[in-house]
Design a binder for this molecule. Structure first.
Ligand code: MN
Length: 415
């Protein structure tokens, strides 16, 4: 028996069939920027207006907001209830189809917004290949991994207020930087603007201050997954990060996908973690399979330049969640925590240009042109598949640091 598929045109067998059903927030392009925001569910090349389609259902008040937060706060039993209703309605060719189809919009007719209000944002450093590469680049004469790395998932608190939705332009940041050969620091545009291809986890169910969240409660708290680009200005970062960690080299923008894939949709791609030595302390131990087999790719100006495999990531998301609450710090609905740069063991599997260019020393090419870090005008798209699912992409274009000023012919010294 084959799995049920949807009656929505273009949905059956696509990366957005009823086994996926990611959530987003949209308005109608025809109504302009002030179009009312509403929760949408992607099915094939269409978006279902969830609150309108489910207005007579008992959960209707949970999905009628302008962000996903109230729905995410309602907890796992509501997430499961809505998903079951959607799967039934989008497969039923008769009664449901007639009442649901009028609330479908073509994807090109909607404008997508940031799907959830971000509460706190934490970024980890969970890939052993990425951490080892960065260690080799920055501390060539020392052990690549610092002594704590295999004992806890290293992380830092990022800036929640500058998380932006896919499609948002990123202005090249300016800041203070000092190269190894510079006598003094200088202030100006970053010359080493980079990406970090990451997987983000979105918290739905909060926790109480003082409580810890065990690894076994991961699926009760985490609503879903988004692709994430942790834009990074390496020159600003390298000068500022000692001793308190990343700051302005990261906080100018972090892009997330417009579609949140429900955690339940990723059940079929759960895989064991690649193995941990030494065994983690009890609060970080997990019931396997605790990893996810997501295949990422990074595209620059239409060309795939690297394919990072998430399944090789050392620390799993349940471990990251247990660690970040291990001191009793509470979770809020909308908290976002990310994997850190996803890099595999091979050179064409790295998740940053720092690694792809080996510290800027070995250029890579796109369209026959050499690159080390990003140029103004470059557009980066991170995509991923999870088995038959296509995760929502995260896209961004680099704009020059200073907005172009009008030029007046014959005015000034150039004439
Ligand atoms: Mn990062």
């Amino acid at each position: 028996m084959s799995a049920p598929t949807t009656w929505v045109p273009g949905g059956a067998g696509s990366g957005y069939d009823v086994d996926h059903l990611p959530y987003g927030v949209f308005g109608l392009r025809a109504e302009g920027p002030s179009s009312r925001r509403r929760i949408g569910v992607r099915i094939g090349d269409h978006v279902l207006d969830l609150a309108a389609a489910a207005r007579h259902e008992p959960f209707a008040h949970r999905v009628s907001g302008e962000t996903l937060n109230p729905f995410m706060a309602a907890g796992r039993s509501t997430w499961d209830e809505v998903r079951r209703w959607l799967q039934a309605a989008l497969v039923d060719h008769d009664a449901a189809a007639q009442h649901v189809s009028e609330h479908l919009h073509r994807i090109e007719d909607v404008a997508l917004h940031l799907p959830f209000e971000v509460a706190d944002y934490v970024d980890f450093y969970a890939s052993v290949d990425h951490a080892s590469n960065v260690g080799r680049l920055f501390r060539p004469d020392a052990e690549p991994l610092l002594p704590n790395w295999r004992h806890l998932p290293v992380g830092y608190h990022g800036r929640a207020g500058t998380v932006v939705v896919s499609g948002t332009d990123v202005v090249r940041p300016v800041g203070q930087r000092k190269g190894p050969d510079d006598a003094e620091p200088a202030f100006g545009p970053s010359a080493r603007l980079d990406i970090e291809a990451e997987v983000g986890f979105v918290v739905g169910t909060p926790s109480r201050l003082g409580d810890t969240v065990p690894t076994s409660a991961f699926a009760d708290h985490v609503f879903g997954v988004v692709l994430l680009n942790d834009w990074s200005a390496r020159d600003i970062q390298a000068w500022e990060y000692v001793p308190l960690g990343p700051f302005l080299g990261k906080s100018f923008a972090t892009s997330v996908a417009a579609w949140v894939t429900p955690l339940a949709a990723l059940e079929p791609v759960r895989v064991p973690l690649p193995g941990q030595d030494p065994p983690p302390l009890p609060y970080l131990q997990v019931q396997e399979p605790a990893g996810y087999d997501l295949a990422l790719e990074v595209e620059v100006d239409g060309e795939v330049v690297t394919r990072p495999p998430y399944r090789t990531t050392y620390w799993g998301p349940a471990q990251m969640l247990a660690h970040l609450t291990g001191n009793g710090a509470s979770l809020r609905t909308g908290d976002l925590f990310a994997s850190g740069t996803v890099s595999g063991p091979e050179r064409d599997q790295v998740g940053s240009f720092l690694e792809l260019s080996w510290g800027g020393r070995e250029p890579w090419t796109v369209g026959g042109e050499e690159r080390t870090f990003l140029r103004d005008g470059d557009e980066v798209v991170i995509r991923a598949t999870a088995g038959t699912l296509t995760l929502g992409e995260v896209r961004g274009r680099i704009l020059p640091p200073v907005p172009p000023r009008p030029r007046f012919e014959g005015f000034g010294s150039e004439s």
